[in-house]
Design a protein around this ligand. Structure first.
Ligand code: NAI
Ligand SMILES: C[N+](C)(C)CC(=O)CC(=O)[O-]
Length: 321
């Protein structure tokens, strides 16, 4: 691996490739943290969509506090991938979740980006080992898995593949921290990383319950927002359950409730995502939205996350020098 030419604290220019929900969210995040951002996306309407996404995110980012010099004017939309990467000091790839596409794209990004510059993929679950196969220099490719929207949810899971250099993983973890993210650096590839593995268990059970008519979409959502979700914003599931054991903590909790783990509460296998289940989820979400549009829900979510970050003393820090 060629040593990254810029220290994590010295980065001023970031490139985002793929500018949909997540790529656009990364653009908004890096702009708000004071970076010059260059974006590239092959869709004909990408430019307008990206501007709309950044404009919709900006009021939330102002509330959180922009880094010095942060401006939406520091966004450049490049005409080609090569132009986008030519001066990049860090590249974040957020293209569609298709393995072949990611393989080819990461190889193209590797060819177009100055030597040593770290390239991260936003993939939700592909191991980098499977994606770095076509690149001439796989040592600088790694996963930087964000959470939607990346401009508000702090967590990034960082993990390399078999051919990624440890130096690249260290550099990326430090860079994300400087850029105001909260980083978990994994020392091995695990299916679904950490958070998506946990989320998927819950999501799978939600789909089973809707498919079997055991609960509505609204009941499932209320069961989390009115219940465990309130605790999880500041205390994870393990410490939360330690308190379920009272003064005996986790030891008593496991002795008391451990045996019920063997009860058939969960189904483990994912349900068949057939047309009926798809319709039930889509209709249930429409009903639960009670007339609110996607834009209304995005604004509501953004305000909710800001309120939680504020209430729990976790406003973002960092930004480009
Ligand atoms: N949507 C989510 O909640 C999350 C998604 N991710 C990951 O982020 C990545 C992007 O997902 P989304 O933003 O949701 O998808 P999206 O469909 O909203 O955006 C994908 C964008 O990539 C563009 N694109 C298509 N072909 C491309 C190519 N060859 N090169 C560059 N860009 C290309 C599309 O025009 C589109 O704008 C995926 O890997 C996904 O797994 C990660 C965390 C959360
Ligand atoms: C739905 N998803 C699997 C793409 C979600 C993520 O990857 C992370 C998130 O934002 O929850």
């Amino acid at each position: 691996m060629t040593t990254p030419p810029t220290e994590p604290t010295g980065v001023t220019k970031v490139t985002c490739v793929g500018a949909g929900v997540i790529g656009g969210g990364w653009v908004a995040h890096f702009l708000a943290r004071g970076y010059d951002v260059t974006a590239w996306d092959p869709a004909p309407d990408a430019r307008e969509k990206l501007r709309r996404l950044v404009d919709a995110a900006w009021p939330a980012l102002i509330q959180l506090g922009l880094a010095e010099g942060a401006s939406r004017d520091r966004l450049t939309i490049a005409g080609t991938l090569e132009e986008a990467c030519a001066e990049a000091q860090f590249v974040q790839e957020s293209a569609p979740e298709k393995l072949d596409l990611k393989r080819d794209l990461l190889a193209r990004l590797d060819a177009a980006t100055p030597p040593g510059v770290v390239i991260a993929s936003s993939t939700s679950g592909y191991p980098m080992t499977d994606m770095q196969t076509e690149a001439a220099d796989p040592s600088r490719l790694l996963v930087g898995h964000p959470f939607n929207p990346p401009y508000l949810i702090p967590l990034v899971e960082v993990v390399g593949g078999e051919r990624t250099a440890g130096e690249a993983v260290e550099w990326a973890s430090r860079f994300y921290e400087v850029a105001g993210k909260s980083v978990i650096t994994m020392d091995r590839e695990v299916p679904g990383f950490i958070a998506n593995r946990l989320q998927e268990a819950l999501w799978r059970e939600a789909l089973h319950m809707v498919a079997n008519g055991e609960a509505t979409v609204k009941e499932i959502d209320d069961s989390i927002t009115e219940g465990p979700g309130l605790r999880w914003a500041f205390m994870g599931p393990c410490l939360t359950f330690a308190l379920a054991g009272g003064e005996g903590g986790m030891g008593h909790m496991l002795d008391h409730f451990g045996p019920s783990l063997k009860s058939p509460w969960t189904r483990l296998e994912a349900p068949e995502l057939d047309a009926a289940l798809r319709d039930a989820m889509v209709d249930g979400c429409d009903e639960a939205a009670e007339g609110r549009t996607i834009a209304d829900l995005v604004a509501e979510r953004d305000q909710g996350v800001i309120d939680v970050l504020r209430a729990t003393g976790r406003l973002p820090k960092g930004g480009a020098e």
